[in-house]
Ligand binder design. Structure first.
Ligand code: ASP
Ligand code: MG
Length: 408
């Protein structure tokens, strides 16, 4: 018998039939003697529908009222799922985030969980009830409803699991685990049995959107045993681990990519102290996140400075840079919003030399020009023209022998 926190995403509870199927599964597991806490998202499409409704009423609705609105999606699902469980003679109780007292800070729209009072849930569990909790929402210290950001139900589930010291947190979704890369691009991609939390963080932040990144950070902090698995098919899913596999660690666990990148270069800036600060300070003041940064070797007292931003911030960053270029007496500003980032990720990289050269050779063999490079302890990323995304990801997946990797 185990205490398990399960989370079902929007697609898993998207219709009454799917809610019934989820209820069947929960009934079965409850019958096996497990204690279950179930966190659910809004039915698929519902959060977007609510967003559209608000847009029709107000161009810039207040963040507080947005949270009141968006939190209703999950409230519908908890009630329906509890009814479906009760129909199966399972004693179930639904609670909103506010009711179970998921206390957050007051940053509406992306609130952070500060504390969970698990007593109420524990009492229900002790009486054999299944507890159904609305994901994505909480309450601030003044009683205002807050939400945790898109995909936030994952974080609710992980936080509940941490608070209850659950044996496992299971995230049920429409894929059966974490893959070596996107199977829509590489049909040979395969499900990983395990992935370390560090790799998972890289894979999520680089665009392999299986879990909300904050939930992975949370899991890492509290070492929550976390598993991603399919709501529709039986299978072991992917376990997120906190220890690196010791023996025969593959160099690379996966190939991640990010389509929505853009790069900007300011050419011929005076090569003097404070230049990087001047440029990036102005960009940061505009709340634009910068990812890769490259400064070239100075020549004739000037240098070129290149960085990447999210594609949606490209125009704004370009305008800022053009203004700066005049102030700094730089030669010119150039930009490209048709680039992508591809990364190879793996903790095994720490103990294997030559990952970067294997990567660069594979790209060269396909005639793909690398525009920028950055590395960390467990990843190597390159920026390439967006037309090479699919080709590049396939070439790297094959070069690191992920196509035929055998699970242990
Ligand atoms: N319903 C929210 C969303 O779409 C939260 C979630 O599904 O995790 O983002
Ligand atoms: Mg999700």
């Amino acid at each position: 018998m185990a205490l398990i926190v399960q989370k079902y995403g929007g697609t898993s509870v998207g219709t009454p039939e799917k809610i019934e199927a989820v209820a069947e599964k929960i009934t079965r597991m409850h019958g096996e003697g497990h204690q279950l806490v179930v966190v659910v998202s809004a039915m698929s499409g519902e959060t977007n529908r609510l967003l559209e409704l608000s847009a029709a009423v107000h161009e810039q609705p207040s963040a507080r009222e947005m949270d009141v609105l968006l939190s209703t999606g999950e409230q519908v699902t908890i009630a329906l799922l509890s009814m479906a469980l009760q129909k199966r003679a399972v004693e179930a109780r639904s609670y909103t985030g506010q009711q179970v007292h998921i206390l957050t800070n007051n940053v509406h729209g992306k609130a952070r969980i500060q504390k969970i009072e698990a007593d109420r849930v524990q009492k229900d569990l002790a009486q054999g009830r299944v507890v159904v909790i609305a994901g994505f929402q909480g309450v601030d210290s003044e009683g205002n409803i807050t939400t945790l950001g898109r995909g936030g139900s994952d974080t609710t589930a992980v936080a509940m699991a941490a608070a209850l010291k659950a044996d496992e947190c299971q995230i049920y979704t429409d894929v059966d685990g974490v893959y070596t890369t996107d199977p829509r691009i590489v049909p040979e991609a395969h499900r990983l049995d395990r992935i370390t939390v560090e790799e998972m963080l890289e894979m999520s932040s680089l665009g392999t959107k299986v879990l909300q990144i904050r939930s992975v950070e949370f899991a890492g902090k509290y070492k929550v045993p976390l598993r991603v698995l399919s709501a529709f098919e039986e299978g072991p899913g992917t376990l997120i681990t906190y220890e690196e596999k010791e023996m025969e660690q593959a160099q690379i666990s996966g190939i991640a990519f990010n389509r929505d990148e853009a790069k900007l270069t300011i050419l011929g800036v005076p090569d003097q102290p404070g230049v990087a600060f001047n440029i990036l300070g102005a960009i940061a003041d505009a709340e634009v996140n910068v990812d890769m940064i490259v400064q070239n070797v100075g020549e004739d007292g000037t240098t070129n400075f290149t960085f990447t931003v999210h594609r949606s911030d490209f125009k704004q960053a370009q305008t800022i840079l053009q203004k700066l270029a005049r102030e700094l007496k730089a030669r010119e500003v150039s930009g490209d919003d048709k680039i992508v980032k591809i990364s190879v990720v793996g903790v095994g990289m720490r103990s294997h030399a030559g990952v970067a050269s294997t990567m660069f050779k594979a790209l060269a063999d396909e005639g793909i020009n690398i525009q920028m490079i950055s590395t960390s302890e467990i990843k190597v990323s390159v920026v390439v023209d967006e037309k090479y995304l699919e080709l590049g990801v396939r070439a790297l997946h094959a070069a690191f022998e992920l196509d035929q990797a055998v699970e242990k």
